[in-house]
Design a protein around this ligand. Sequence first.
Ligand code: N01
Length: 484
Amino acid sequence: MQHIECLIIGAGFGGIGMAIQLKKSGKSDFQIWEKASDFGGCWRDNTYPGAACDVPSHLYSYSFAPKKDWQYRFARQPEILSYIQQCAQQYQVISHLRFDHGVRSAEFDTERQHWVIEAENGNQITARYLITATGQLNRPLIPNISGLDDFKGEHFHSAQWRHDIDLTGKTVAVIGTGASAIQFVPEISKIAAQVTLFQRSAPYVLPKPDRAYTPWEHALLKWVPGLQKLSRVKTYLQYESRVLGFRFHEHLMKIMAGQWARYMKSQIKDPELRKALTPNYPMGCKRILLANNYYETMKRNNVSLCSDGISSVNDSGIIDNNGQHHPVDVIIYATGFKATEFLVPMTITGANGQSLHDVWKNGAEAYLGINVQGFPNLFMLYGPNTNLGHNSIIYMLESQFRYILSAIKYQEKGGFRSIDVLATPQRAFNENIQTKIKNTVWNQGCHSWYITDEGKNTVNWPTFTFNYRRMTSEFHPNDYHCQQ
Ligand code: N01
């Protein structure tokens, strides 16, 4: 069986960025196993009309690979995907990619102190370091609604958009009103005969300060040294200040809620529609959304909102909780992802034969969101409690790249065969996270994808991202058992 130094699982922003950092540190004995036949992660999968980022481009990109000619302040999906592709090419990581290599299992061999990894296609490999970069939003959630299988029309999830189905002149039902729906509903309503939006909870939608960059701005960014960095820092600080709202929501979130109420009032004059579009939970409890055309779209003659709840689906449409039948040609699930199920469907077996999913039966947790006790030399990117409600995930990923590289260098320098985080620091770290989360707006009684069925927030980082950067600035050997 082939042996390599490092195997990365997943070729999205995390996996490609980690690979670039390995290359830059002089390492080349690594592979990236990717389940699909192309790379790009969620930016490869989410191709629905209107797909775009809600974090400004200069911040939602690698700091080590600045792009000075972003077309828009908030990049659209095709440009982000092509940016990831360009970075992979520029830093020569393409030859390290192995497509159609979804990982079935990874098992730690205690005697040899390495990981044995098997792909769904039967290929096997051993690696000293295993780095998972599978993201948190990669497994579409199809709602469990009675009669769904009886529906005779077309139906698909927003992250598996069926471009072969022409929605022109069709009657379309959209289930869900999260970040994805608010981006594609304005687009499909331009061509569909009728769109009915089935809303379970109304989102808070604020205007998106988006626009195209002018040729002048591109020239300035290109020729003025440090300008791109300055723009990045300015945006970072602007976004980072939102943490104050999440942590001390009662006062600061009220200010934002006032801003939202004024925006809503200016957009929707009909009191009935306004009432239906008004959320019934505190602002920030679910992700705050940005769009300039969502409320506008809700006023269209061919768009209607059903907030009565779904009772069932039959062969020709959706029946709401009032018993009304909505006949439709197509159902689109904008119902999000199974975000709290980390590293599913892989089987990961640690040093004592224990399964990672058994260890996580009460909710996933890790030290710094990166290491789990009993799983030596397993490193996670975008692991438990490292998602953000307010800032660019690329910033968190870059902190993780640095920490993982520092852990690898520490082992090389000290002649260690593996490192395994100790139970006590892992527990202390997670108790501290959960204590902080208790006081956030995410814990104010709404249901969101941040929280497990048992009520534990295993997804979000509850404080400033610069705190995370500081904590991960270098490897903490005292918190680990280092195996000679
Ligand atoms: O998914 P969501 P998403 N019956 O989970 C509803 C990122 N993202 O794909 O709120 C009826 O937000 C559910 O209702 P409720 C971003 O981080 C980023 O839109 O649970 N409805 C909700 O309205 C985002 O947060 C960008 O009551 C059901 C919706 O479906 C994350 O991806 C763009 C239901 C799901 O909303 C997920 O966004 C797009 C059911 N059985 C996405 N089940 C950027 O701009 C669920 N719902 C970077």
